[in-house]
Design a binder for this molecule. Sequence first.
Ligand SMILES: [Zn+2]
Length: 174
Amino acid sequence: MVSDVLVCYAFAVIKYQFCPKCGGGLKPKNASLLVCGVCSYHFYQNSKPTAKALIIEDGKILLGIRAVDPFKGHWNIPGGFLEYGEDPKDCAKREAQEETGLEVQIGELLGIFTDFYGVEKNATINIAYMASRISGEVKPGDELVELGWFSPDNLPNTLASECNAKMLEAWKRL
Ligand SMILES: [Zn+2]
């Protein structure tokens, strides 16, 4: 919705008051740009990238219940934020290993999905890959309380951020 997008842009431009380079005051120039009044540094507020792994086995997908906020207690597709300069496929593989205990093979790109994450509604762009187990046994990582396999017609209702629902819908349409 347009109004949601505008609210989120507003969050982005008011969230930072001081220039990260010189400490001068920042002024919003437009919906996604803050400019330093002292050194003119352009501080862009763009979407943060994440990568997710849809790990499929025997027609079922592996989901985990988050142990921490945001979305504590909600089911989530394994994934997380990219590190600086990281290939999204490497991120999906790394996060899958951390969260599920499985070494996975990253397959085809399922799609790219926008979302707004957490209490501050930070804009994200979420890159979803199909994945399959190479080795390992399913064991929840520190950020999860439980993992489970779900068939497409029996998915949990309580999902973490909205991109999970969008990705699961896209998976069901394959
Ligand atoms: Zn500055």
